[in-house]
Design a protein around this ligand. Structure first.
Ligand SMILES: *Cc1c(COP(=O)(O)O)cnc(C)c1O
Length: 406
């Protein structure tokens, strides 16, 4: 199958026009962001995600994608997508409850539930939708949701959508969570946590969360977005790696990161999944994935089984690179995972370091508020199985130079 390069946009920019009066506030809003170094430029990528990435015409070693296993640009997924599109057409044409749920979707949900060793799984248009819709379907007015302070935006929005009382506990603080649950009213209780926190590189205390959920009769939902495919003997995530499956009631994951495709999923007991089919609005009122996406995701899950060495090599490299970065005298926060945040403090400092790394040929994105709290801006190194030892050397050398420059 020949793949021609995508066309480049060649339309001349439209002349600037004044904002309509009712939108004038937008200009002020952008100005305030500019003053705080929070304007985020959008770069145009040419070609595929891979070991290197071409951004705005510059080729850089790619430490800035979630393509941890190197599948996003893998032609095996493209071919699987193409086969599904040839068989079922491109568009799904309707939501899953109407006529959008095809044989490839059904096979994908079956493959996810086998990977996680649970009854059933439900695929959502995105991981964001999976969290937002599921949390709102599990708790409501009069219920209590306890949410880790560093949870992903989609969890935060799900909590808000639910209209439940939301109690935020400090990051990974089990004693604080215990106190919140002890003071809970008679309604349902729901604990929600990322398993691998992508801005901090930290891992949730899963055993402790399970213990507290059991003791307080709370539901436990965990979001494995950055752990799916990377952790666990089968690549099912940190719940699998830690042997916590029995204590976790709702497992959310994404197909968009290590699995290189798109979409989110929720997995668990068959009746829980049936409930979501009747209550998760972001699933009910949204068109099913194109079959091509489901076909590619199904192939990616097969590859997890065929290529376990990718995740083990990635985590070995993560341990080594992290140690080398710490040895340079830079505080690489977090646990040993494929995500290594280098916290520098101000937004301007993070942007400056990212620019120096870019000058050295490395793409390591700056992460600023609102993705991280004020004063905790960082550059985030995301490792991929595709990186070579020479890439690791270049990264640690460039960060070492930064450390010596103070
Ligand atoms: C990326 C991410 C999501 C959203 O997943 P998408 O499939 O990209 O929409 C949800 N939760 C966490 C923790 C994430 O990092």
């Amino acid at each position: 199958m020949a793949c021609r390069p995508a066309p480049s946009p060649d339309r001349p920019p439209r002349p600037a026009t004044p904002l309509p009066g009712p939108l004038a506030w937008v200009d002020d809003g952008l100005d305030r962001l500019r003053q705080r170094d929070l304007i985020r430029p959008r770069r145009v990528r040419s070609g595929r995600q891979g070991r290197e990435v071409d951004l705005d015409g510059r080729r850089l070693v790619n430490f800035g994608s979630n393509d941890y296993l190197g599948y996003a640009g893998d032609v095996r997924l493209t071919k699987a997508a193409s086969r599904a599109a040839c068989a079922e057409g491109f568009g799904a044409g309707a939501s899953p409850l109407v006529s959008g749920h095809g044989t490839t979707h059904a096979a994908l949900e079956d493959a996810i539930s086998r990977l996680l060793d649970v009854d059933a799984a439900l695929v959502f248009p995105s991981g964001f939708a999976a969290n937002a819709a599921t949390i709102a379907a599990l708790a409501g007015s009069g219920d209590l949701i306890c949410s880790d302070a560093r949870n992903h935006a989609s969890i935060i929005d799900g909590c808000r959508l639910s209209r439940a009382t939301v109690a935020i506990y400090p990051h990974r603080d089990l004693a604080a969570l215990d106190r919140l649950l002890a003071g809970a009213g008679p309604g349902r209780r729901l604990i929600v946590s990322d398993t691998l926190f992508s801005m901090d590189g930290t891992i949730a205390p899963l055993e402790g969360l399970c213990e507290l959920a059991a003791r307080h009769g709370a539901m436990l939902l965990v979001d494995e977005a950055h752990a799916t495919g990377v952790f666990g003997p089968r690549g099912a995530g940190l719940v699998e790696a830690r042997g916590c499956a029995d204590g976790v009631h709702v497992r959310v994951g994404t197909l968009s990161k290590a699995l290189g495709t798109a979409g989110g999923f929720v997995a668990g007991h068959r009746l829980l999944v049936q409930w979501l089919e009747h209550a998760a609005r972001g699933w009910i009122f949204s068109t099913a994935h194109p079959p091509a996406v489901a076909g590619a995701a199904l192939r990616a899950i097969e590859l997890l089984g065929e290529e376990p060495q990718r995740r083990s090599a990635l985590l070995d490299a993560a341990a080594e690179v992290r140690e080398r970065i710490v040895r340079q005298g830079i505080g690489a926060d977090g646990d040993t995972t494929q995500i290594i945040p280098v916290v520098v403090g101000s937004a301007a400092a993070a942007v400056g370091l990212a620019a120096r790394l870019s000058a050295a040929g490395l793409f390591v994105p700056a992460i600023r508020p609102p993705s991280v709290p004020e004063g905790r801006s960082l550059v985030r190194v995301s490792l991929s199985w595709l990186h070579t030892a020479a890439d690791h050397d270049r990264l640690t050398a460039a960060l070492g130079e930064h450390a010596r420059a103070g």
